[in-house]
Design a protein around this ligand. Sequence first.
Ligand code: NAP
Length: 274
Amino acid sequence: MPPSPQRTALVTGASRGIGSAVAVALGQRGFKVIVNYLNNHEAAAKTVALVEQAGGQAIAVQADVGNREDRARLLTATLAALGHIDVLINNAGIAPATRDDLLDADEANYDRVMDTNLKGPFFLTQQVARAMVATPRATASASSSTPVAGPAPTPLRCIININSVSAYAATINRSQYCIAKAGMAMMTHLFAARLAGEGIHVYEIRPGIIATDMAAGAKEKYDKLIHQGAMLPLPRWGQPDDVAKAVVMLVDGALPYSTGSTLDIDGGFHLRML
Ligand code: NAP
């Protein structure tokens, strides 16, 4: 039997935090990964080395996902290096430069967060989806008869949006972030509906409080909420690897009869309790 072709992934914002953990986890599955980053070349090079140590291959590509020309260059570089894209992980994201009350939120800050966290992922997904549709590949969607205890699931071609509990939890001094993440939830539904017929699954992962540089600025606040309140049924910080495990499950095809769905990786934050 010919060896199955190496699976490929583009992970945005993969130099640090959740994106880096996802890239390394995909490396452990033998993927060839594009490690996209914005500024931090050293961190991106470290992720590349970790992916390769894990058994995969990786190439770092600098590009601002919020910038149209950069997105086009990222796609060109990705297709040149990978030939085709099996998996897109829309992970790159930023917090607002300053946390301002809703009544003081300024337009420049709003534009920057929306460009990076919503407009960029939307148009990057559109471009990647076009490339995926142009190179159809076999997926698990075609086989509905795999018995539960049968062979391992067939890997899926998929797009995974790393969203946030901020898609529904209102934080009044991070309004732009919440609006962008709420928009990403609809973006997941739209692309899932459009791409189902193409054999491409679209999912959303909603991390809660994850120990990365992004959350470090609010460490004291989160420490209190986690350890002194009743907010988290599983009272600990999430780790980037908690999110990476969910990504691996999805790209491995564990949920072949599902698209447009959300996985809450949040220690139970989304539960409403009395
Ligand atoms: P992080 O540690 O701050 O890392 C952000 C990553 O995104 C870095 O690799 C950074 O590259 C890259 N990046 C930032 N702006 C970019 C741009 N315009 N173009 C390309 N890459 C860009 O963040 P994180 O905590 O891992 O967050 C990753 C995702 O998870 C985000 O979408 C975030 O909203 C979401 N999330 C995080 C948490 C949390 O508690 N940490 C919770 C829920 C959701 P450089 O290294 O070059 O700067």
